[in-house]
Design a protein around this ligand. Sequence first.
Ligand code: EPU
Length: 302
Amino acid sequence: MRISDPRIVARLRELEVELRPGATLAGLTSLGIGGTTDLLRIRKYESIPELLNLLDANHIPHKFLGGGSNLLIRDGELPWVVLQLVCPEPDIVLEGNFAHVDAAADLGRTVTFCAKHDLGGMEGLIGVPGTVGGALRMNAGAYGMQIGSYVREVKLYRAADRKIEILRGHQISFEYRHTSFAPDDMMLAVTLELPSKPFKEILEGIRICNEKRRASQPLGQKSAGCIFKNPPGASAGRMIDELGLKGLSVGDARVSDRHANFFVNAGRASAKEMLALISDVRDRVRKAYGVTLENEVVVWNA
Ligand code: EPU
């Protein structure tokens, strides 16, 4: 979708929103899949309510993009524009055991920055790509920890109330790869409370998690991490592997040879191919195990 009305373009400039016309979203996702649309980069949180009023008043649908690491975007010219926060400087401010982190901050950088200041707890998240806001929204986790355990406060744009609000940790529920945020809530910043730990000890935890990840996940390839959530008490990766589906392909969309719950873009996979592969694997698992796997990957297919 293209914004061409000069009055809207001028208003965006006033709101300090950078308009990138015809951006290719494949370049903004870890899967390397996605069509084209106008990208609106937001420099000031305070302008968000007005920006969304402007888009609504002009019937311009929008979606909000974080780090693009758990996302499958459809092909072609997209019928909505995409909003993205520009990461401010500094993006992490420490205050005792509290880390105030911007939603657009890189998750891995946040883990290492805090580690260097003797704040630990998040070692398991070290190899997880994406932004802190994205991790927060889906309660990202690995190796027995999840980000939600450390959240004390979240600043967000609440689409339902059309304003920026602050929620305390106890007002948010964090479950396995799920939170109580509404789908159109926009994460802006988070305060984490992290346990004090010597840097050396945190580094050793990070090293162990990195090794485990390297041994079991296709890190060098384009993927969105695990495609499916694990069903209660089971591993989707193991089930898919047991069915002998590693290497199964639709075009360039392929079930990883290394971890069967990672589907990789082995070349120029389209969203259509990736969706067909997801659907095929889900059907096969349903037939074999009677379990319907739920997507972990977020799909923008509308
Ligand atoms: N397994 C296989 N074949 C495979 C993959 C896994 O047999 O192709 C077996 C493993 O040998 C192991 C069991 O399945 O016995 C579990 O595998 P793994 O330890 O890799 O964990 P997972 O349940 O597949 C989860 C998360 C990962 C996270 C790891 C480590 C989900 C959907 N996945 O994977 O998170 O990194 O544990 O904590 O919860 C993600 O969410 O995108 C993600 C990568």
